[in-house]
Design a protein around this ligand. Structure first.
Ligand code: KG4
Ligand code: ZN
Length: 339
């Protein structure tokens, strides 16, 4: 006799995307996200505007996810939400909704760690061709984090390397800003890099011991390089935009790949996955594909599960639900939630 499927509503509001998803076990019935375009004109996420937009969007987004999933409200077995890390005001909107929903419907409440959920996105039924077996290494690269995580099980994860300054997504976004591109610049660098020459300009890679990363030196070297070229040729950026994007993307990808290979050598683990917003980057996805030739098993999530989404929160919730790890009504959002 097969056991009854679990239906979980996932809610993600850690930064500037309001997202809700419904999963039946590990399968996505719906995954609805409202992006906040308002931040573009400020060149970065404005926390106060983000929380206000979440407040405006959340009911509609959750409604849309439930309708799209073609389920009745009474079929939802549990609600999972992002407890942190993230922006406090944004997190509070999702946490308050989830707590109220759980209380009103008398169903379990599940608190999820945003970065762990990015990793567990690999276990969404249609996330990719293949799910990684444990243990595997996950390069988790987003706007706020850059980590190498040794994943021994769905709830057993150890950070073995991390950035000592900027995150990889931040490096993309800050470089894009220097090139006059709008926020978030990562996807635009990716787009223009496709038609540029990655070897046109050389930027030096930082020399950081062990498995940690650093991107602030790269940012400064790009800034100095641009300033000196702009003095000679005021149109330097316009004339070389595609090559600049391709060269910047290349160096960031090289830094990431060098470290994950080093981590593999140190741990003896050859299964390598990527996750987080920057794992949507085509240069990084191509570089990971190439690692297969060197004998690594690589895992790349479907594009829509790379950037912030509620399906990953629901799948992380499913793993916690199996172990009956539930939160109670005294739980609060935590902007700096530790691992
Ligand atoms: O995981 P995410 O959606 O939000 C956070 O939790 O931070 O990651 C957002 C980051 C941003 O820095 C964005 O520029 C970057 O991911 N990003 C990309 C691409 N798509 C998103 N960076 C490079 N290439 C992309 N295609
Ligand atoms: Zn994220």
């Amino acid at each position: 006799m097969s056991s009854k499927a679990t239906i979980i509503l996932g809610i993600e509001t850690s930064c500037d995307d309001t997202s809700a998803a419904v999963l039946r076990n590990y399968s996505v019935l719906s995954n609805v996200t409202a992006n906040q375009l308002i931040h573009e004109r400020y060149g970065g996420v404005v926390p106060e505007l983000a929380s206000r937009s979440h407040q405006e969007n959340i009911v509609q987004v959750i409604d849309a996810a439930i309708i799209k999933a073609k389920i009745a409200l009474g079929e939802i077995d549990a609600v999972a939400f992002t407890q942190g890390p993230g922006l406090m005001g944004s997190l509070l909107v999702g946490a308050s909704f989830a707590k109220t929903f759980a209380l009103a419907r008398e169903i379990p409440l599940i608190a999820v760690h945003h970065m762990k959920a990015h990793i567990l996105a690999h276990f969404i039924e249609d996330a990719g061709n293949q799910k990684p077996e444990f243990p595997f290494l996950c390069l988790t690269v987003s706007g706020g984090h850059t980590q190498i995580v040794q994943v021994n099980g769905p709830n057993e994860m150890e950070v073995i390397g991390k950035t000592i300054d900027d995150a990889a997504g931040e490096a993309f976004d800050k470089a894009a800003k220097m090139l006059g591109l709008s926020y978030p610049g990562g996807p635009l660098i990716d787009k223009f890099a496709k038609i540029g020459n990655p070897n046109a300009f050389q930027f030096s890679k930082p020399k950081i011991d062990g498995l940690n990363f650093s991107f602030s030196g790269l940012k400064t070297s790009i800034l100095y390089f641009l300033n000196s070229e702009l003095k000679k040729t005021p149109e330097f950026i316009e004339e070389n935009l595609f090559d600049l994007c391709a060269s910047i993307q290349q160096v960031i990808v090289d830094i990431l790949i060098d470290k994950i290979k080093k981590a593999s050598k140190l741990t003896g683990i050859t299964r390598i996955a990527i996750s987080g917003g920057v794992s949507a980057n085509s240069g990084l996805r191509d570089a990971l594909e190439l690692l297969k030739i060197e004998g690594f098993d690589t895992f790349i999530p479907k594009f829509e599960y790379c950037t912030d989404n509620a399906a990953m929160i629901a799948v992380a919730g499913k793993f916690l639900h199996e172990r009956k790890i539930f939160a109670n009504q005294s739980i609060t959002a935590n902007a700096k939630l530790i691992w």
